[in-house]
Design a protein around this ligand. Structure first.
Ligand code: ZN
Length: 311
């Protein structure tokens, strides 16, 4: 009888906790629970309980735990430096805390970096040595894969692409800066895009019931039904995405981009506009090689990447 090696992957978000087991062929079990706990102690105890329960249910040898956290991570020290979606979490030694609780090897990284590694291992980025994954949701999560590995930069903070600036005197961002791509290229994008519609377009948009609560998912559904205003908004959105991609191409020379996150549900409605925007700005040689791919692992990418890191 062979004993299979597996790793536990954990993806801690601001509102839920995802956990799973990952083996040589990919994800073998997965569970998502909503996160009511808030303090470091409460959340870390929940993570410990979940990890233990998964280990008990799995046959084989557990080689360790990958722990993805939402914020800026000092990967070398295993410290979550700052997490805007987890108030009170600052300079938390998450790697050491979890390793002591579980008596296992623990690797810690930013959630977007683990999502990128997930797509690199079993998803859209498989066999592609260099790409940038953009997780489009409340913000823009970035993960840079170079030569098949996450590029962390000098301190481990690389890939915070959402906080590159695209509007000189733009809106205030959660990071404290202004005009970040995050404000214009993620779920808040439509606050900025709707006023740019024609007066008639703005009127129609306001008629879509409780405009303030219209989400990107709602606009995606309207576009699926062929709504002209929704389709126009996604084209405008595609331009903003294309500008950010253009900037990354010029810095990194990477020409493959994997798009994930909730906003990727509207991928087909914005991808051509993004591609055209890049083409209108970048060197032709870069544009010719441009690939904008839809992520294939969905909300499980972070768990898969976290587990894969240990295998
Ligand atoms: Zn910012």
């Amino acid at each position: 009888m062979t004993t299979e090696r597996y790793a536990i992957g954990i993806d801690l978000g601001g509102t839920n906790l995802k956990i799973g087991t990952v083996g040589e062929t990919g994800l073998t079990a997965f569970r998502q629970t909503s996160l009511r706990e808030r303090t470091v102690d409460e959340v870390m105890n929940l993570v410990e309980r979940e990890a233990r329960s998964f280990a008990q249910q799995t046959t084989g040898t557990c080689v360790g735990v990958g722990f993805g956290v939402p914020g800026i991570v000092d990967v070398k020290q295993g410290v979550l430096v700052r997490a805007p979606n987890l108030p009170g979490w600052q300079d938390v030694a998450v790697q050491q805390l979890l390793a002591e609780k579980l008596q296992q090897r623990v690797e810690v990284d930013n959630d977007a970096n683990f999502a990128a590694l997930g797509e690199a291992s079993f998803g859209a980025g498989r066999d592609i040595p260099n790409f940038v994954m953009l997780t489009l949701g409340t913000g823009i999560g970035g993960g840079i894969i170079l030569n098949g590995k996450v590029w962390h930069g000098d301190r481990g903070f690389a890939g915070e692409v959402g906080h590159t600036v695209i509007e000189i005197d733009g809106a205030t961002c959660t990071c404290g800066g202004r005009g970040c791509w995050d404000e214009y290229g993620a779920s808040r994008a439509f606050r900025y895009l709707v006023p740019k519609l024609s007066p008639d377009g703005q009127k129609v948009f306001r008629q879509w019931a409780g405009v303030e609560s219209v989400t990107p998912e709602d606009i995606a559904k309207l576009a699926d039904r062929g709504d002209a205003i929704a389709l126009k908004l996604w084209q405008m959105y595609g331009r903003v995405l294309g500008i950010g991609i253009h900037n990354l191409i010029n810095v990194l020379g990477v020409t493959t981009f994997v798009i994930g996150g909730g906003i990727a549900a509207a991928f087909n409605h914005f991808v051509e506009a993004a591609r055209s925007e890049v083409a209108s700005r970048s060197y032709p040689a870069n544009t010719q090689g441009l690939k904008i791919l839809k992520a294939t692992l969905g909300p499980q990418a972070g768990v898969i990447g976290a587990g894969y890191k240990l295998l």
